[in-house]
Design a protein around this ligand. Structure first.
Ligand code: ADP
Ligand code: GLC
Length: 520
């Protein structure tokens, strides 16, 4: 990937503006440099939105092997960062910090450390690395976040951590630097509670923390060591990515074993909906799609559909509804429910001119990959599948499909359904998490706003099938379909409002810290 045009290392005059808050945003993914899912999109767009509100954001992320600073102009080498690893031996690991800039917005700092991030891939799954390596790697990264905040000249008001990869940072802050970083609030966002950084007990040693942290009230969780538990306990405030998910994770059903830890911090846990970066996801300016379009030029959407049908060797028929799916192929995404349900529906169609077509894009769990491959083999006139990660194709799906299926078992926020609406592609989704907060069912009479998609409540094949059928019926009548498309395209999920909520939370958390310190 050539990212040279994305990174601007020159410093401009607007660098001199006085921002209101200095924020360090720590993440393991950042689009388009390192992406496996929505975290990367959020890490690229929330800092930008915060900068637009006048704050000063520095992003800190690992320098993965595929990011070559020389080849990709990732900026200039700054200096060495010393990261203590084991308190007993006082061992220190040296890392190098590189500085770049994303799109003239937030500054990015890369932590380069070959032993920890020199492997193939982002999380190193390619090499089937042992979990102990992951524990070492991300406890190192968590400590590097805190050391960066201490050793670099900027004085941060906020350290904003994301997911389990950064989850020990608040613990290190509290244990070692309560005084030194006392004015700096640490906030952690949970993007997906299914990923907790859960390791065998022996991995505790990798954290370098005193043994007292290896106990049930601290990082211990049953037979494991749980990094996310550290973030839940020691962050000054917690957020997750939609209001509904914030409720769901405090109950046993959605809490993935951490519901009690989370409900203990209920007052400090906030659900703030993710936004969309419309400079990346808009059909009127998207460079990845064959034909750009907007509400007044919907013919362009028809052309994108024809291209997509052609790409997958499906009959090119404007009147046949085309349903898409884009996502990581994990249990979360609901394909174990959707595929058999769709098979049954496809079985009932004899003529390819009838019924619907489907295109699916994803990679992940080999079992799910196989499930999709065999679906395409069995229904080749109706179904196209691409196994792999393909950013451009993901955009072409949004532009070319009529509907996007999001059958997720649970979904903290979900971005693809919001992208879909902007492209006039109506979501058919399970009523869970952020999907509930972003989609209004067209038949929901009690809803406050008009419908923008189709939701099914019960997580059953029957409910999914009925909802797909309902969507197909609407599609049959363009006079019904078109106004729903228009409403969907007019939805505004831009980041500004959510970024304002984050900024308010930052300020309130800093105020609380000050009060606490004054009371001591
Ligand atoms: P999650 O973060 O759980 O994966 P989201 O809906 O928040 O789900 O974000 C998924 C992001 O990853 C979207 O930008 C989507 O387009 C992208 N994506 C997922 N799988 C693929 C793939 N195989 N190829 C290209 N993009 C993908
Ligand atoms: C996670 C969630 C997804 C969310 C994304 C960004 O990966 O699965 O729902 O949109 O993070 O916050």
């Amino acid at each position: 990937m050539d990212v040279s045009n994305l990174i601007d290392t020159s410093h401009t005059d607007d660098d001199e503006e006085t921002p209101s808050l200095d924020i360090l945003f720590a993440t393991s993914e950042l689009a388009p440099l390192a992406k496996t899912g929505g975290l990367a999109d959020v890490a690229a767009s929330l800092p930008k939105a915060l900068e637009e509100l006048g704050h000063d954001v520095s992003i800190l992320m690992p320098l993965y092997r595929h990011l070559d600073p020389d080849e990709q102009h990732l900026g200039r080498r700054l200096k060495r960062l010393e990261v203590p690893r084991r308190s007993k031996q006082r061992q220190k690991v040296e890392a190098t910090i590189w500085e770049g800039r994303l799109d003239r917005h937030a500054r990015i700092f890369f932590v380069q450390q070959e032993d920890y991030f020199g492997h193939e891939g982002i999380y190193g799954y390619d090499e089937a690395v042992k979990s102990e390596d992951a524990a070492a790697r991300y406890s190192f990264f968590s400590r590097a976040i805190i050391e960066f905040a201490r050793q670099f000249p900027a004085s941060f008001d906020i350290i904003h951590c994301n997911d389990w990869h950064t989850a020990l940072a608040p613990v290190y802050r509290s244990h070692y630097f309560e005084e030194e970083l006392g004015d700096c609030a640490v906030i952690s966002t949970i993007h997906n509670l299914a990923y907790q950084g859960s390791f065998p007990k022996e991995s505790f040693e990798q954290t370098g923390l005193p043994k007292t942290y290896n106990s049930p009230g601290e990082l211990q969780h049953g037979e494991t060591i749980n990094f996310l538990k550290g973030a839940i306990r020691y962050s000054d405030a917690l957020t997750t990515v939609s209001p509904t998910y914030a409720e769901e994770i405090q109950a046993p059903e959605g809490g993935q074993g951490l519901d009690e830890s989370l409900s203990d911090r209920s007052d400090d846990l906030h659900g703030i909906l993710n936004g969309v970066d419309y400079s990346v996801w808009s059909p009127d300016s998207d460079p990845h799609i064959p034909v750009q379009y907007d509400l007044d030029h919907l013919n362009g959407k028809r052309q994108n559909k024809a291209e997509l049908q052609h790409h997958f060797d499906l009959d090119i028929r404007p009147s046949t509804p085309l349903i898409g799916f884009v996502g990581r192929l994990t249990d979360q995404k609901g394909l174990d429910l959707a595929v058999p349900a769709l098979r049954e529906m496809l079985d009932a169609i004899d003529d390819p001119r009838e019924g619907f077509q489907m295109v699916l894009l994803g990679e992940g769990d080999p079992e799910h990959e196989e499930r999709l491959r065999s679906l395409a083999d069995d229904y080749e006139r109706w179904v196209g599948v691409h196994i792999g990660y393909d950013e451009a194709l993901a955009h072409q799906f949004q532009a070319g499909c009529d509907m996007l299926l999001v059958p997720s078992r649970y979904e903290p926020c979900g971005l693809t359904q919001m992208y879909a609406m902007k492209y006039g592609t109506l979501p058919i989704a399970h009523a869970t998490g952020g999907l509930v907060d972003t989609i209004t069912d067209v038949d929901d009479k009690s809803a406050s706003g008009p419908g923008t998609g189709f939701l099914f409540e019960n997580y059953t094949e029957e409910a999914l099938q009925k909802t797909v059928e309902r969507a197909l019926e609407y599609f049959d009548n363009y006079r019904q379909w078109r106004p729903i498309m228009e409403r969907a395209m007019e939805q505004d999920f831009s980041w500004t409002r959510s970024a304002e909520r984050y900024a308010k939370l930052y300020e309130a958390t800093i105020d609380d810290l000050e009060l606490e310190r004054a009371a001591e």
